[in-house]
Structures are given as C-alpha cells and as structure tokens.
Design a protein around this ligand. Structure first.
Ligand code: SF4
Length: 337
C-alpha cells in the first residue's frame, strides 16, 4: 500500500516548511486535551514528563490526576515524605523516576526559589532532568525553542531523513539531535514539539506506520526509498535473562510482615515481603509470581514462614499507604479477594 505513493521524494523539507507542516497538522489531528496540556505550569509539565518516560499516555493519565490532587504544587511535593511519594507512584514502575521527581522538587524549592528555569541548559541542573526532559519543559511550559528527542522523535527522524545505523548508537543519536536542533522553530515550539510526539505516537508508529495519513509523506526519505520497514535500524536484542527470587509470607490477623528495602538493587526503598537469598528446602511454598524488568525476568517463589521481627507488620487495609512494588501488591491482593 505505501509503495503506491509515487510522488514521495527523498529530499526533506527545509526547517521552516517542515515545522509549519507539522504544526498545522497538529492543530487538527494532534492531541490537545491531555490533562497536562490544560492549565500548563512548569511543575505540571515536569510531573507529566517524568511519568511519561517509559510509560504510555493512557496509563499515565490517572496517575497524573491523582498526583496533582495530592501534590498540587512543587512545594507540596518537596514537603512530602518519601513514603507518601512512593505510595502514590506504586504501579507506575521505574521507581527511580519518583525519587528523582521528589529530589527535583526539593531542589527547585531549596535552590531555585520554587521556580523552574525556562532555559533547557539551566533545567539540566535539576536532578532527574536529562536532555529530553529539559527540552520538553522548556518547550511545553515556556514555549521556548528547545529541541526535544525521545523515542518517537528518533524513529520519525530516522525514517524522514533516512538516517542509517543502529538507533541506539551514540553516532546516530548525535545525528538525530543535530537535525532536532536545526529543525526546531524559533516560534510556536510548544505546538511543534507536541506535533513531533503526536506524529511519532499516532502515525509514524513503530509497526505499520500510517504513511497515507502522514503530512510528511511527499518528502519522506524512508517512504521514497521503500525503507519504512527497515528504518530505524536496530541491533538484534539479546535474550532477556531469567533470575530467581525468594520471598517470605508471614501473615496473620494483625497484618503482613513487610520490610523496607535498601536503596540499592531492585525496588529501592519500597516496602516488600522479606526477601531471602536461597530457596528453603523445608518451608511450604505458598505461591509463585513472575515479573519482567527492563533487563531480566524475575521468577519468584513465596514461602509461608514466620519472618524475623525486624520488619513491620502492616494491617492489610493499610497497605495502600505504603509504597509496594507492583508484583508484590498484586500478589497480596490475590490473598485478600
Ligand atoms: S509515517 Fe511514513 S511517511 Fe510519515 S514520516 Fe513516518 S515513514 Fe515517513
């Protein structure tokens, strides 16, 4: 189907024409009613951008709304305890983002007088704010001409400009950033940045991009050269390794025994069933669960056994007040239903 678009050329539009094409497409076809696009403030953009790292928009929306109800300002978040922050984040995964967001809020309140800077360079000084997030805050919160490059933009640019090489390599990353900077418009960058993300998420999708509906179809290199299916190039993925984990379930009428994990390893600082290093030959197995992390799969076995008393016994009805890893919460929920 896509090969039938005979008018495609492999010459990209000039920056101004490119940004005008995208912004006018965004007005009609883009996403303009996301919660963080309403009542835009730098804090709301910061929260949404950290939540959106590695997570789909539809998953983030309820978390974002709940977060803003609990922590409506950067000061409210800075004043919150770590347990409150982790409890609200639970289920979203990649918990370092919650800790970074908390650190960022404290930094903004303590070092920046409660104000996030407008400029992407200065935003990089805020903990947890990398190049993409800095560009996104500068673009979305302040409408400044800052380049943004996330997974959507990388894919779109590789195809549109015909960029070859492993998309995860430093070389390709540098090339993409240089296009991103050259093509960032000096005005209305908020809409342009949103257009890039929207086009990548809804039209130039990883699989089966809808080139017929794409505003860039007449000048897209990948389309003109029949390489939509091969760009961006990716190195073959290594098989995800599997690791075993062993946990203790000590539950009675007073609640379940939990321990707070250390700051290292998986689920740092979250409350969890006590973990042991080796399987127990003699203890009865209560159940098993699996969880997929970005770098490995966990196959967990849960033993029924009294844990030592160094943890905290938490009444079941109070579990929502604790930051628990999603698979542990899910496991415990199955016991209560
Ligand atoms: S959707 Fe198709 S035409 Fe549009 S940029 Fe992606 S590959 Fe090119």
């Amino acid at each position: 189907m896509i090969d039938k678009i005979s008018s495609a050329t492999s010459t990209p539009l000039a920056p101004l024409e490119f940004s005008e094409t995208l912004t006018s497409w965004q007005k009609t076809y883009g996403r303009n009613d996301l919660p963080w696009q309403q009542d835009v403030t730098p804090y709301r953009v910061l929260v949404s951008e950290l939540m959106l790292q590695q997570t789909q928009v539809t998953t983030v929306i309820p978390y974002f709304k709940r977060w803003l109800q609990h922590f409506p300002t950067v000061k409210a978040l800075a004043d919150a305890s770590e347990d409150e922050v982790m409890a609200l984040w639970q289920g979203l995964g990649y918990y370092s983002r919650a800790r970074n967001l908390h650190k960022a809020a404290k930094f903004v309140v303590q070092e920046l007088n409660g104000q996030l800077p407008e400029n992407a360079e200065e935003l990089r000084d805020v903990p947890g704010v990398g190049p993409y997030t800095a560009g996104a805050i500068s673009s979305f919160a302040f409408n400044k001409p800052a380049a943004i490059v996330d997974g959507n933009v990388k894919r779109l640019f590789c195809r549109y400009f015909g960029i070859e090489g492993d998309i995860a390599s430093a070389k390709v990353n540098k090339t993409i950033w240089s296009y991103a900077e050259r093509y960032t418009p000096t005005f209305d960058n908020r809409r342009y940045a949103q257009a890039l993300l929207d086009l990548g998420a809804t039209v130039c999708t990883p699989r089966s991009p809808d080139c017929q509906q794409c505003p860039l179809k007449t000048s897209c290199n990948a389309l003109a050269t029949h390489r939509v299916d091969v760009l961006p190039e990716k190195k073959a993925k290594k098989k995800t390794p599997t690791r075993s984990g062993y946990f203790l379930l000590d539950i009675n009428d007073d609640g379940v025994m939990l321990t707070q994990r250390s700051g290292n390893g998986i689920w740092p600082r979250l409350w969890c069933l006590p973990e042991i290093l080796e399987p127990l030959e003699t203890a009865p197995i209560h159940g098993r669960f699996k969880h997929v992390f970005s770098h490995y799969k966990l196959e967990a076995t849960v033993f029924s056994l009294p844990a030592d008393q160094s943890g905290q016994r938490v009444p079941i009805e109070q579990l929502d007040n604790y930051g628990l890893p999603a698979p542990i919460r899910k496991y415990l929920n199955t016991l209560c239903t």
